[in-house]
Design a protein around this ligand. Structure first.
Ligand code: SF4
Ligand code: SF4
Length: 288
């Protein structure tokens, strides 16, 4: 069988903010949203080997070989000049992983891990790889105890979820906005699929966390908070909801001029949601 490769932006062998417990996290490259407020914008594009980043690199870390950009991590100083030079929000520093390489990394770190989270970019663009990976973990005697989670923007159709959910233990899902125009402005896409995904994943008993990004003047409005409350109350008032607060770190372009979400305003939004009946609202992990 031809096993898929995954283009990985970053592999973290330990994280305590990407799902329950200690988790190995795979950040896969490429996203189907184009959020102007993204704090990892260089994970959005897929490199097309145009080579424009090569002359921007102040070290020999980047070169063209056989028409493809080649990255040498040993000489990279992590200055990020290549990320700034890339016109399509991609990165030349990604690495293609085989399934076996990810499984080897999991085996090496398994004693310290609760599970694995596949994130992005948008993880579900690599659905074939995720399905093969999670199935292999569950079939492996040493790894089967590890839980398999997906962190997603929800832009995956029903058929995709029906393939993913049988091998997935939990999902962290983003809803970026409830107003259709606001969602379009914040992501470049409509929110129909994300809202449907929330219901599908919840119905399967696998919605570990619903995530909502508060952006001042855009998604912290009474209408947005009430729509969030309506959705959660229609599922389960005890559903875990994680509030994220827009900050400038990593953000490129006009969104750098957006107001940042303060802790006080975030706590006020959490209090408003609690008053509307939500019983499990969690603040951004950085403030806990
Ligand atoms: S971050 Fe990019 S530009 Fe900077 S040294 Fe590494 S490869 Fe070169
Ligand atoms: S990372 Fe961007 S600039 Fe560099 S080769 Fe790929 S697409 Fe071109």
């Amino acid at each position: 069988m031809n096993l898929p490769l995954a283009t990985v932006n970053k592999l973290l062998t330990w994280s305590c903010v990407d799902g329950p417990g200690n988790r190995l996290v795979l950040f896969l490259q490429g996203c189907n949203f184009a959020c102007p407020g993204c704090h990892n914008p260089y994970t959005i594009g897929q490199c097309n080997d145009c080579g424009l980043c090569v002359p921007a690199c102040p070290t020999p870390a980047l070169s063209m070989r056989g028409g493809r950009v080649h990255f040498d991590p040993a000489t990279c100083t992590q200055c990020d000049a290549c990320l700034t030079a890339c016109p399509i929000s991609a990165s030349p520093m990604t690495r293609d992983y085989t399934l076996d390489e990810v499984l080897d990394s999991l085996r090496e770190n398994a004693p310290f891990l609760t599970g694995i989270t596949v994130s992005g970019g948008e993880a579900t663009l690599h659905l074939k790889f995720i399905l093969a990976l999670f199935a292999a973990i569950k079939a492996d005697r040493q790894l089967a105890r590890l839980t398999c989670f997906i962190d997603s923007n929800g832009h995956l159709g029903e058929k995709g979820w029906q393939r993913a959910l049988p091998v997935t233990d939990g999902v962290m899902l983003d809803v970026k906005a409830f107003g259709a125009g606001t969602h379009q402005a914040l992501t470049g896409r409509g929110n129909d699929k994300s809202l449907a995904s929330v219901r599908t994943v919840h119905a399967a008993g696998k919605l570990y966390e619903l995530r909502f990004l508060l952006v001042p003047g855009k998604t912290d409005t009474p209408a947005e908070l009430e729509a969030l409350a309506d959705l959660v109350l229609s599922l389960d008032p005890g559903q875990r909801v994680r509030l994220n607060a827009f900050q400038h770190h990593g953000v490129k372009g006009p969104a750098r001029d957006w107001e940042r979400m303060t802790r006080t305003a975030t706590e006020a939004a959490a209090a408003r949601l609690a008053a509307l009946g939500l019983g499990n609202v969690v603040l951004p992990s950085v403030w806990l």
